[in-house]
Design a protein around this ligand. Structure first.
Ligand code: SF4
Length: 235
């Protein structure tokens, strides 16, 4: 007699536990409205990184790992004036590249990566930037996030790179909850309507950077507050 009762209690407890652990998800109809609002406020979102062509975009994104866009722009302004192509970067040499980017964190390894990837672009891609994820991710210092930014910004692909801001906004709002950047990216690709996928990356980054900030989200100024499921909104 004991066994079924225990089993049934266990099942109920497990169900409740699962319910408690289930992340809350924003309704698809609200996602649509949320992006309509974000796109209305900023119809043509742009990266805040300065670049002149796909190559300088790639270099700027590689340099931006664990650095601010403002800091990267300060360094690349002079660097790109001297070297806006892989050939010019290789001609500049390691010491010069290091001196241009020394204000950016991890500049030693980043300088080596920029030179190594420039040589590969010359040797294997005719000096151009490949429009292909696999080839991009094979370059030194280029991971999935960097490849996503380049594919989106330089080639207009509907990719969504998940950085710290997008990870936070996606989880707080219930737009695309996930425990890892990859999990959030997959959720975003499934849940963001097609027509908003190209701009989603920048709308979410800018929203996380200036409104839904890490320490204290500015919920009172938030244009998507009505759709957000975050339980600790600020007043
Ligand atoms: S309401 Fe607050 S927590 Fe939700 S997205 Fe806006 S700023 Fe972020």
């Amino acid at each position: 007699m004991d066994k079924p009762i225990r089993l049934s209690i266990y099942k109920i407890t497990l169900k409740k536990w699962k319910e408690l652990k289930m992340p809350r998800k924003m309704r698809l109809s609200d996602i649509n409205l949320m992006f309509a609002s974000l796109s209305q406020n900023n119809p043509d979102p742009q990266t805040e990184l300065m670049f002149q062509n796909p190559y300088t975009l790639l270099v700027a994104v590689v340099l931006s790992a664990q650095a601010t866009d403002v800091g990267v722009n300060k360094a690349t302004k002079r660097l790109f004036a001297e070297a806006a192509t892989p050939e010019a970067m290789v001609a500049l040499g390691l010491e010069q590249v290091r001196s241009y980017i020394k204000t950016i964190g991890l500049f030693n390894i980043k300088a080596k990566n920029v030179l190594a990837l420039s040589k590969i672009l010359i040797d294997q891609h005719g000096g151009g930037v490949p429009e292909d994820r696999e080839a991009l991710e094979a370059l030194p210092g280029v991971g999935r996030k960097t490849a996503n930014v380049v594919l989106n910004e330089a080639f207009g692909k509907p990719t969504i790179a998940v950085d710290t801001h997008i990870f936070r906004v996606s989880n707080r709002t219930g737009l695309a909850p996930g425990k890892t950047p990859d999990a959030v990216e997959q959720q975003l690709l499934r849940r963001v309507p097609e027509r908003y996928k190209k701009g989603a990356h920048y709308w979410l980054i800018l929203h996380g950077r200036y409104i839904c900030k890490a320490r204290k989200p500015d919920c009172a100024s938030c244009s998507i507050e009505q759709f957000c499921l975050f339980e600790q909104k600020t007043s």
